[in-house]
Design a protein around this ligand. Sequence first.
Ligand code: FNR
Length: 382
Amino acid sequence: MVTTSDGHENNLSQCLVLEDFEAQAKKKLPKHIYEYVASGAGDEQCLRANTRIFQQLFIIPRVLSSCSEPNTSIQVGATKLSFPFLVAPFGVHKLVHPQGEEATARACLEEGITLGISQHSTVQLEQVRKVAPRGSHWFQCYILKDRDITLRLVKRAEEAGYEALVITVDSPIFGYRPSDTRNGFQRLPKGLEYENYKNEVKELNAFANEGDTGGFDDYIDRIFDANITWDDLCLVKKQTRLPVFVKGIQSVEDSLLAIKYGFNGIIISNHGGRQLGSAAPTMQCLPSIVQVIRKLNPQNFSILIDSGFRSGEDIIKALAVGADAVCIGRPILWGLACGGVLGVKKVLAILKRELRDGMKLCGCASLEDIRGLQLVTNGNLA
Ligand code: FNR
């Protein structure tokens, strides 16, 4: 056990692969908080499949191709990623560590990794930029019933220096997660707020107040618009100069619509199994989407993916199928819970090393070379 400069004890030395951070975080966090982050919707079929699918996918490595210093960078929208992964946007980092998004932002800056900041962050979006002004940040929003608030948030993100906008479209309702009901965890703990709503209308702030009797699901029902369509997305897109990515796409049809309406890319995501309990694992959605998009070959359109990625080799598998980059979810929160800035840095450093080592062991000098790799599953070509 080591005590870090932020006064928190951690067992980071025992964390050698990403799964280790979850095991340590589970010991450290109150049960209801651990389960709020870890759990999935419904019977958690999707949650389990998201990670299990990687255990059934194997890489056929190439050799003898001079790859001692692999080039890991890639351009996505206006952002040059130093590695083909970024941190997925998720709300409420302060649930697991008192420094919340500030710590995550410092760690990402130091490791040179782009950070997604959720509309539901527990540090204001401007403050994130203040603590890491040289960092690379994307802002993620939902489309609210009150479109003016959505547009104001987008403008604030633009002015603060965010490099891209992510609009999440898989959440017309709040996914039902039985473990939260079992644990009686239905609202933010006292003292925590969705900080971006401060100074916004009272209804958005009301959630944190004692007088509000509803839970997360009521709150989301009240403020999110379950009737949004591509037209609404296009209206938001028109109002910003930032590249816009649509998060929560899983079908070929919706991917084609994202291209048709001129978006800069998609994030194939099932929200880490937190929305539709039996949604397909995203790695199963990826091949058909890549196949169709490759044929069209749209300019400046990127395919990102998340849900269930737990190692650098998982990232290689997605790139081999044709993704451009991967968003990393829960492991970042486990790293944050285990050791604040140091914990997140260690998660990112492990991913970078695994990715680089994996590339060398697969004979890949560039991300383009990864696309030439073959995967097998249960003995058949994937
Ligand atoms: C999320 N996710 C999420 N997504 C989003 O677009 N906006 C948000 O505010 C949140 N909030 C959120 C909270 C928590 C606790 C979790 C675990 C996830 C989904 C997130 O961006 C990403 O899609 C998943 O986490 C990816 O799956 P894995 O990697 O966690 O399995």
